[in-house]
Design a protein around this ligand. Sequence first.
Ligand code: GLU
Length: 497
Amino acid sequence: MKVKTRFAPSPTGFLHIGGVRTALYSYALARKHNGKFILRIEDTDKKREVEGGVQNIIDMLNILGLEYDEGPIVGGPNGPYIQSKRLKIYQKKAEKLVEDGKAYYCFCSEDRLEKLRKKQIKEKKQPMYDKKCRDLDPEEARTRIEKGEEYVIRLKIPQNKTLSIDDAVMGHVEWNSNDVDDQVLLKSDGFPTYHLGVVVDDVLMGVTHITRGIEWLASVPKHLVLFDAFGIEPPVMAHMPVILDPDGGKLSKRKGTVSTEEFLKEGYLPEALLNFLMLLGWSAPLEREYGEKEREFFSLEDFVELFSLEELNKASPVFNRDKLIWFNHKYINNLSPDDFVIEYTKWLNKYSEDENLKNEIIEKGPDYLETILELVHERVELLSEISDLIYNFYFKPETKEIEKILKEHKHTKKLKEKEIQKIISEFSVELNEQTSIKNWGHDNWESCIRDIAKKLDIKAGQAFMTLRILTLGSPISPPLFESMEVLGKDEVAERLK
Ligand code: GLU
């Protein structure tokens, strides 16, 4: 049997990071078995759809390298892969279910259903359709439809049966069919509900393994009845536990970033995000496969090679944001200088709104950027931090800003204006005498500044910090002399003036 998996998001928002985990696991399962991975857009709830949602899902999968074999744009043998373009298919299937006695027409009004629901809640009963139309004579139903009466199609759940699955993650789960609602399959506007759409498509697309969030587990008994009505064995199912926020509860927008694009905008590398997500619910079988005990770094290829449903964890993982930053720092650190320039430039062009900086970077050319980036490379945790770190290599710091920092910083605030002037003049003398900053060497510069400090009876740290703030406009900067070297002797002299 050829393995076929699918990722079936609804474009009710931009791609959620939890969705990427689901997609990643489905992708790995298909690749591992040389199977096929499908992207299917479940957009039948038009009211909840957000503009740009579909495109965002496609773009994000693309950037993350989770390539699909069948789906929107790429097509495939069982398309279209956007549910709203498959309405006829669902309508036909629903009619066929009615014909086969597996579903029925229901004419109950919204008003009646609402009253019923309220009554059941009042009686502390589980709200459920009372099956009023279940035994209507089919002829009578057809006549009512011909007369133009509104209807929906409901699934006929068999009574007194045990419905069960052996979920690959959650284990054996069973339900009493008497607790399962006669679910609406086709709405009065001709749109399918999620339940009809998902099962029809999983059947027609030949899906063999379903990986999705645990929130869909409760729908499984309905789906089992539907698979049975279509005469198809249900696929293997793996319901993934909820991802928890470190502050408790579900990972949610209110507590921090959850949108994939937002993470990219904050400067995470796709590889770091994927590595972090791999470990959010999966334990690598290292001992078994490699005889290794510990390892945290996995490329997408490693993951595909090692992945199996058996190693998925049932317990809810915590989305440890510090760990994610740690991963990103490591991944950025491991980039070659060239790739670091490429990643930052990509980020800058896509997400930065600082047009002045962008223009200046182009103006000064790639070699200058590469030299500066080498100075900051090690400390960068997020690509979005870089612009601030390198800004003053492109623009002279404002005098007012410098004065303010000097007055506030703990190493410089006690210095008198005269002392600052003196640091500048003494340093400038030395600068004038050298052909370049580099030629004189790091050690000489260092002892020169120590001498100046001694002469003025201030601490060496005060002198270093003053020069740092004056030339680079910030108390936090890459190493002082290396930075001066990049700026060049003349520029440093100019800034000191
Ligand atoms: N369309 C559902 C969602 O947006 C996915 C359900 C499924 O994978 O079966 O999460």
